[in-house]
Design a protein around this ligand. Sequence first.
Ligand code: MRU
Length: 353
Amino acid sequence: MTAQNSPVSPVTWKEDRVLLIDQNRLPKEYGVVEISRCEDMAEAIKTMIVRGAPAIGVAAAYGMYLGAREIETGDRTEFLTKLEQVGELLRSTRPTAVNLFWAISRMLKTAERTSGSVEQVQKTLLEMAKTIQAEDLQTCKDIGDKGLEVLPATPEKLNLLTHCNAGALATAGYGTALGVFRSAWREGRLGRVFADETRPRLQGAKLTTWECVQEGIPVTLIADNMAAHCMKLGMIHAVVVGADRIAANGDAANKIGTYSLAIVAKAHNVPFFVAAPLSTIDFELSDGSKIPIEERDPVEMYQVGTTRICPVGVEFYNPAFDVTPAEFISGIITEHGTVAPGELKHFQAKQLV
Ligand code: MRU
């Protein structure tokens, strides 16, 4: 099967089930996994068939509906108790991306607020999952366009670097960081994307480059340790990355390696932007030290494909994310515009979140 439309949509509701693009098989092959049960959705999030903060939020929303549909009771109170358990299962999949928790909580609130029979609540939950998905797509397009306003004005076309994959595959479609690149490409302002390969899981090498190639956007793959060299040579005009959770003070968690990239960017006076929807901001956390960081299986580090790359006897540390302190971030690009990290509270004051 090949992708019919670009940008792609990693999550699709079809008739009575969810279709997920299997991101573990890209770029070698394009395959789709069918999900009809909540437990399978939880497993798909855990094993990263679907990944990227907004995309796992959308997937979890559909997972909530699938779970709701499995609850066999006509009693509303019992239904809501069991739905809370569905939420618990989905929450236990990945700890860092706040969009997951945000989507589950939005689905639970929807259930509580919907009057009528259990059947009516189930129906409304499916509609809400579709709404969350549609909103995310529009939000990403808005982020893309807002990002254009802050990209540096250069006589030549822009060379923009990103880390991991914050593209269509990581969202409902279009992407956050890659959304900015897509908008710049549409406006004729983008010269080339530089994609960090993003060890250990290689989302940059496998997914970001795949998305660019699908759309004919020029892309150069670099190893993670090449960014400083490229910046020193003046090859990069700006860095734009996504985020999994942003604390109230603007500290931003994103894929491991983002922090070192931000330090390198600052050292070379290259603007460093974080592009994320407001649903990625966690105002309950005052700063980034409180963001839970997922640790993943060491196999991601010691094995490349089927080949072990280090001797037996080595120990491992495999944090999936790091936190970039606000002071290294030039601006946070959201669907409502770009703000300095310290200004996020304005969104709360305006009751946008
Ligand atoms: O572990 P992953 O692949 O889910 O990590 C994804 C990232 O770190 C993305 O940059 C982030 O979720 C933003 S996606 C728009």
